[in-house]
Design a protein around this ligand. Structure first.
Ligand code: ADP
Ligand code: NA
Length: 299
């Protein structure tokens, strides 16, 4: 297996969708077999950069844990944990934030998208990519699986690592992107935006818990530029027939996940225990690194 360390995170802002699965989670399950050291984090600190209902957030965290396990993440091969249970993330984020300029953050996609171009978001939303850099660097990660939507954020993490290394001496490897081969999956309602957990339009996102009937409905209502001339394998099909074919392919591909997810979601005690154990293992790696950072900074 490859040396080096893989880190990636996902926000507990809802049940994962087809984009998360094809663009990230499917690859995560493979990486844990290919790399010796792999960490996956449920990034709840990131989730509260936009308003969250506490009861919902708590449910979403356990639903996401169940989803990750259903997608094949195996606590025997990967450290699966919740970001807020490892306080070193927030501490390192503060230190890295002191090495990051405001203009460097202002042009990043998350901020431009969620602050609605008006610079109206929270400080947390603005510094979101700094926390992401801390997530990665805290474990001296060498490889980060990302969708193309996250590439600019990884570039910030690389910059921050270089700045720290230059100022305080080499400590952080410069993390490399493992770019998913899947192109971003688009919103079913607005092809100019990506499918996202936080999209309020119910029909825009195919979630991993959707029933087959739901999936058919969503594809039937999907915005499409389909023409049977443009898609070689669909010659002679009407748009409605083609949509049904796609829906059936998705239903087939996600069927095993749906079944496993249903089973896992029922045992909340088990999910809590997986996270508690994961956090212990993450802290064993994070605590000595943060101590070293403190020493270098002069604390
Ligand atoms: P979301 O935007 O849906 O809340 P996250 O920000 O939690 O998703 O991203 C989790 C992972 O899923 C990241 O690796 C991200 O690149 C990937 N991802 C998110 N949305 C899509 C999409 N529509 N298509 C492909 N990959 C995606
Ligand atoms: Na996102």
């Amino acid at each position: 297996r490859c040396g080096g360390r893989v880190f990636s995170g996902i926000q507990p802002t809802g049940v994962p969708h087809l984009g998360n699965y094809l663009g990230a989670l499917e690859q995560w399950a493979e990486l844990q077999r290919e790399y010796r050291s792999v960490l996956f984090s449920i990034v709840d600190l990131h989730a509260i950069t936009v308003p969250q209902d506490p009861a919902h957030l708590r449910d979403n965290i356990l639903d996401l844990t169940a989803s990750l396990l259903a997608c094949g993440i195996d606590p025997a091969h990967a450290v699966l944990f919740r970001q807020s249970q490892v306080s070193e993330h927030a501490e390192l984020s503060w230190i890295l934030g002191c090495l990051t300029s405001m203009p460097r953050l202002r042009h990043l996609p998350q901020w431009k998208m969620k602050s609605k171009g008006k610079n109206e978001g929270s400080v947390g939303l603005f510094t979101y990519p700094v926390l992401q850099a801390a997530d990665i660097l805290l474990y001296r990660s060498t490889h980060v699986p990302v969708g193309e939507d996250q590439l600019q954020h990884l570039e910030l993490a690389q910059d921050v690592a270089r700045i720290f290394n230059k100022q305080y001496g080499d400590l952080f490897p410069i993390p490399k992107a493992l770019l998913s081969s899947t192109r971003r999956v688009k919103s079913l309602r607005d092809p100019s935006s990506k499918m996202s957990k936080s999209d309020p339009h119910r029909l825009a996102t195919v979630s991993l818990t959707d029933s087959p009937d739901d999936i058919v409905l969503k594809f039937r209502r999907a915005v499409t530029d389909f023409t049977s001339e443009a898609v070689a394998s669909a010659r002679g099909l009407q748009t409605a027939q083609y949509k049904l074919l796609v829906a059936e392919a998705v239903i087939h591909r996600t069927a095993p996940l749906r079944a496993e997810l249903g089973r896992l979601r029922a045992d909340r005690g088990h999910l809590e225990r997986v996270l508690t154990r994961g956090a212990q293992r993450a802290r064993e790696l994070a605590a000595p690194l943060l101590q070293e950072v403190h020493k270098r900074v002069g604390f």
